[in-house]
Structures are given as structure tokens and as C-alpha cells.
Design a protein around this ligand. Structure first.
Ligand code: PMP
Length: 360
């Protein structure tokens, strides 16, 4: 069977090369006579796998030595709680509310302590990133939380220099991590669910400056304490071993492809192809201000919503899947993560043009 182009927001497309390697190694990983899924997480083989994965991630992202890399579970959603539980330390935190995901993170922090909304673009439909001048910042905040790519609304922070440096910066990078180089030292904590640009669902990456941890809220479960995870090398309990193994293969694939600078060049080209096609059309529309548009998630609507079902059905026949927009905003969304090739985006654009000629 031919593989389709999968534009799903996550779990999402993985590089075919990675899946082929996993298939080849499935029954007998490197001559050890068993699958990675069957290995003890404390054995020599798996220890090698997780150490290599961490080393490769550190190289790819240029993670400084004073940052811990944690391989956790519970998705990015658990980080909405773990961040305040570990970093509030009795103080207040500021949140930029720029889309559904940062709004959720803000709400969760409010349940756990004091959290302020420094700015919200909700009344404008989350269609742009606010400028620093619009932020109402607390200079004593324990941290400022930002979602650097809003997966549902399709807005992305393109320049981290545009974020204030006065308080620790916490970033939810779930849907654009590894899509471009990032200056890790500008952030104090970065987290990301793996199921978009990293690997399978079930793994969450946390990259945190080591001096920020060790001040967890009293009375919290041990599993929610970053310090304990760091002290145990992400082996406090059984980690998601197979997801870590696949993530490690993705890291090696990225290194072979030339690293994050090469991925960024490819992603800029892919996003330009798609947005140019949307902007040139009378049928499709992306609501986001140009400078804030996400390279990874492009939501778009059809001028005649009665055509939505036909669009999705005809796309599916062409092997273009996962294009239905998030239920909260409707319309369409094309997620074009690292594993989606330029050919994949071209196939989508060709189909969109053909559909418009036929129905527009
Ligand atoms: N943050 C962002 C930016 C996301 O896109 C998502 C999931 N789509 C989440 C958080 C929640 O992630 P998870 O499902 O891994 O908990």
C-alpha cells in the first residue's frame, strides 16, 4: 500500500526512514535478540539508547550544560500543572494568552496558585501575536509563560528576542520544537509533547535550567517534582521506552538531514508554498496576520463552508489526510511538520487549486 500524506496536527507524520529502521530493528534490536519494547529500562542496551537520545538532542538544539533534559510522561498537558507546581514557589506567574493552548495552561496555573494574564488576543480571535509593548508584566513574576506555536490558531513566535528577558521564560514548544534553531539559553524551561515533531505520543520533553528546580510546592506527589526526575535520570519509574527509542531515531535522522538550520530552510519553503497558494485564492483564507503565521500549522477556511465536506472527501481520495480543522475553530488545518516533504505540500496545493477550479 502507498503511504498517504498525513497533515494531522498530532499524532502526526513521522519520517518514512525512521519507520523503516524501526521495522528492521523490531524483532531483534542490534543483535540482542529482542525488541526495544521488551528490554528492561535499566539494562545496558536501553541505557545506551536513552543516553544517545539525550546527547543527540543536546547537539541538535545546542542545549547548554547547565540545563537538564527530562524524558517524562503525561503530555504537554501535565506540564500545564508541573510548571507552576515546580516554579511558582509561592509567587505569581504571568501568562501570554495567544490561543487555545496558552489559555489552557493559564487556567491550570490559576487552579494551583497565583497566575496573571499579561495579555490576551482572544477578543481578536487569536489572529496575531501581541507586541511586547502590549504586555502588562509583573517584574516580580516567578516566570512568564508563552506558547511559541499555537497549534489550533496557527500563530508562531518567530523572534524570541521579541520576548521580555526580565523574568524567567517558560515556553510550550510542543508543535514547533525541532522545526528551527532555537537559542535555548533565552529560555529557562522548554516543554513539548513528542507526538508532532519528535516521535510517538506518550513522551514529553522538558529542558530546564538546573538552578530553577528543587522548589516544588509542599505536599505534591513525587512524580510531579522535576528535581526527583532529574536526580534519577528520567528513571524514577519506567519511562516510555519505545517512544524514547523512536525519538532517538528521529534525532539521528535530523542530524543526517543537516540539523535544525536545514530543517528551517525546508520549513520556510514549505510554508511559503502553502500560504502563497491560500493568499492567491478566492476560495481559501487564513485569518492570521502575516508576520504571526505559523510555519507548522496553517488553519484555513473555505469561503463557502458548505464545500467543507466535499473538500475533505476529495482530499482523502487523493491520499491527503488529516486536514479537518480543530473542532473549536472549524474549517481546515494543514500541519506541515518536519516529516512532511515539499512534495507533500505541493500535492496539497495542486489539489486545492484543482478543487477551487472545480467548485470555486
Ligand atoms: N500545547 C500545545 C501547543 C499543543 O499543540 C498540545 C496538543 N495538541 C498540547 C499542549 C497538549 O498536549 P498533550 O496532548 O501532549 O497533553
Amino acid at each position: 500500500m502507498e503511504r498517504i500524506y498525513n497533515f494531522s496536527a498530532g499524532p502526526a507524520a513521522l519520517p518514512a526512514e525512521v519507520l523503516e529502521q524501526a521495522r528492521d530493528e523490531m524483532l531483534n534490536w542490534q543483535g540482542c535478540g529482542m525488541s526495544v519494547m521488551e528490554m528492561s529500562h535499566r539494562g545496558k542496551a536501553f541505557t545506551g539508547i536513552i543516553e544517545q537520545a539525550e546527547a543527540d538532542l543536546r547537539t541538535l538544539m545546542g542545549i547548554p550544560a547547565n540545563y537538564k533534559v527530562l524524558f517524562l510522561q503525561g503530555g504537554a498537558t501535565l506540564q500545564f500543572s508541573m510548571v507552576p507546581i515546580n516554579l511558582l514557589a509561592g509567587r505569581s506567574a504571568d501568562y501570554l494568552v495567544t490561543g487555545s493552548w496558552s489559555k489552557k495552561a493559564f487556567k491550570e496555573a490559576q487552579r494551583l496558585g497565583k497566575a496573571r494574564c499579561a495579555v490576551s488576543t482572544e477578543e481578536e480571535g487569536f489572529a496575531r501575536l501581541p507586541a511586547v509593548g502590549e504586555f502588562d508584566l509583573d517584574p516580580c513574576a516567578a516566570y512568564l509563560h508563552v506558547c511559541t506555536n499555537e497549534t489550533i490558531h496557527g500563530v508562531e513566535v518567530h523572534d524570541c528576542a521579541a520576548l521580555p528577558a526580565s523574568v524567567p521564560l517558560v515556553a510550550d514548544m510542543s508543535s514547533h520544537i525541532l522545526s528551527r534553531p532555537v537559542d535555548v539559553s533565552r529560555y529557562d524551561l522548554i516543554y513539548a509533547g513528542a507526538q508532532k515533531n519528535v516521535g510517538p505520543a506518550g513522551l514529553t520533553l522538558v529542558i530546564v535550567r538546573e538552578d530553577l528546580i528543587g522548589r516544588v510546592m509542599p505536599g505534591m506527589p513525587t512524580m510531579l517534582d522535576y528535581q526527583v526526575h532529574a536526580d534519577n535520570g528520567s528513571m524514577l519509574n519506567t519511562p516510555p521506552t519505545y517512544a524514547i527509542y523512536i525519538a532517538g531515531l528521529v534525532f539521528q535522522w535530523l542530524k543526517r538531514r543537516g540539523g535544525l538550520a536545514a530543517m528551517e530552510r525546508a520549513n520556510v519553503e514549505k510554508a511559503k508554498l502553502l500560504y502563497d497558494a491560500i493568499d492567491a485564492s478566492a476560495l481559501y483564507r487564513n485569518p492570521v496576520e502575516r508576520a504571526s503565521r505559523s510555519r507548522m500549522n496553517a488553519p484555513f477556511t473555505l469561503a463557502r463552508p458548505e464545500l467543507d465536506a466535499a473538500f475533505l472527501a476529495e482530499a482523502n481520495i487523493r491520499g491527503l489526510a488529516g486536514l479537518k480543522g480543530h473542532k473549536s475553530v472549524g474549517g481546515m488545518r494543514a500541519s506541515i511538520y518536519n516529516a512532511i516533504t515539499l512534495e507533500g505540500v505541493q500535492a496539497l496545493v495542486d489539489f486545492m487549486r484543482e478543487f477551487e477550479r472545480k467548485h470555486g
